[in-house]
Design a protein around this ligand. Sequence first.
Ligand SMILES: Cc1cc2nc3c(=O)[nH]c(=O)nc-3n(C[C@H](O)[C@H](O)[C@H](O)COP(=O)(O)OP(=O)(O)OC[C@H]3O[C@@H](n4cnc5c(N)ncnc54)[C@H](O)[C@@H]3O)c2cc1C
Length: 580
Amino acid sequence: MPKRPVVRHQFDVVIVGAGGAGLMAALQASKSCSVAVVSKLYPTRSHTGTAQGGIGAALGNLEPDSWEWHMFDTVKGSDYLADQDAVEFMCQEAIKVVYELEHMGLPFNRTPEGKIDQRRFGGHTKEFGAAPVRRSCYAADRTGHMILQTLYQQCIKQQVRFFDEFHLLDVLMPEGRCGGIAAWQLATGELHVFQAKGVLLATGGFGRMYKVTSNAHTLTGDGCAAVLRRGLPLADMEFFQFHPTGIYKLGILITEGARGEGGILRNALGERFMERYAPTLLDLAPRDMCSRAIYLELREGRGIQGKDYVHLDLTHLDREVLDKKLPDITDFVQTYLGIDPHRQPIPIQPTAHYAMGGIPTTIDAEVIRDAGSQAVPGLYAAGECACVSVHGANRLGTNSLVDIIVFGSRGGRRVAEWAAKADPPSLEPDAEGPAHEMLDRFTMNLGGESAGRIREELQQVMMDSVSVFRTQDGLKEALAAITQLRMRQRRVGLQDKSVRFNTELEEALELGCLLDLAWATTVAALARQESRGAHCREDFPTRDDANWLKHSLASLEGDRLRLDYKPVTITRFPPKPRTY
Ligand SMILES: Cc1cc2nc3c(=O)[nH]c(=O)nc-3n(C[C@H](O)[C@H](O)[C@H](O)COP(=O)(O)OP(=O)(O)OC[C@H]3O[C@@H](n4cnc5c(N)ncnc54)[C@H](O)[C@@H]3O)c2cc1C
């Protein structure tokens, strides 16, 4: 069978992904070396553009604040699983990067004196937990959109080379180092080999393994899956965050900023039920706690009209607050539910939102290969696909935008420094062989399975058994189902035989990634016999620091997944019981 055409490129650095992390890395790296940004989406369609509520930084513009308080909140929010050296660095840098974004032209909302305005968000407090603090810097409820547009403009100004609608298939690893990537071009069906001294992955999250999710269709974890398939580990995969306020059944996000502005969660009796679960922070408790509280209310029969949703009540907020600070979510609710949030409460349920786990990296964004934190030469990762780890077992709202900008920037600088001193890699003549095979598997297969059907079944299994509450039996059933689905995936055939713009082929490729990541999530969740942050085991309901204060590392060994563990870095804040 003749192979498809191969186009070859050479750059110092290749960045995969054009969300906030990828663009920030590209801006830094392109100051000193040749950079290509490869993205399966047109850059401004990346999921960063949907981020609503804000970016957290202790600017102290409206009331006293400090990066130490931000650090404490992040560590406590993480249920003490975050690495504290990384958190300290991130909370200090957050202040600098917000001003950097402002100077690039990002139109933040302003206080009457012209400073960047700030609002409250879940888990962010003053004086080490005393009361909520105004820390989230925001541009209405379109903060991510503004970040993405601002960074993209800067990249264009700096003449960064973009390869849009190119789909990463494989990370090339000659002689134990990273030497580039193989990607498939949607428009032409051609295979492209990018030879590079350094590669930085910024491919975002994988919420699409769940049925109800706030994540875009494209968030299928392709970068994480590529790393796993190269025998490298993924860290802390058992921790997946459910955001408490997704629109009922649709999963579309209603930002936590709505509660930051005073919104209240209510059950069928009209009760502000968070009083029972988090007496100090109430509706601004961290997301893991609010999502569990909602499920417990539903279980006890206090869902609205006996159904599986509760209300987010914004009816007491001034119309001006909704118009000026929450215009997009007001619009979503009107469009999708026909509800005016000023007059009626919004039906909500927890929605799969954020991957705390991912590709383990050092604080310099270097990808690590084992529990001894050995770096893979030339391979870097940043943003939601990476696990530094600054979010541990549960991320606080506004901290992902901080993470992508701080570590995107740091990663961009480090990969450029590496490229300045590294020799060019020598790729084997058929380095793209595995990438050809990945495409052939689907294009030549005459099997009758449909990728869409398998994906729907996977999303249902994950929603039923690997979501907010977990049990050993449920996880075992999920594992058996995922194993079956992985086998069925081998028989996926395509209806669409075209070479150009074959989106059915793209979906089949993405399904493979989702299956691998769901597998890793379930295996790691089954092994962790405790409850911590977003991982809540009903059969092991307490946190167990004696045995489980450690990061998991899942890697492929033949056709099984192997789990290793590595210690958590604790500097300033020893683990304590977590109450809010
Ligand atoms: C609705 C919503 C609201 C949010 N609101 C907030 C908020 O207010 N504050 C906050 O801190 N966080 C928020 N988050 C989380 C935060 O927005 C994300 O975690 C963050 O933007 C991820 O950025 P990223 O650069 O890592 O990835 P993304 O922005 O997701 O970009 C991923 C990039 O990778 C590329 N890519 C993926 N796979 C491939 C492939 N195979 N080949 C080539 N390219 C590929 C894509 O094209 C894309 O450019 C929100 C998330 C959602 C879903």
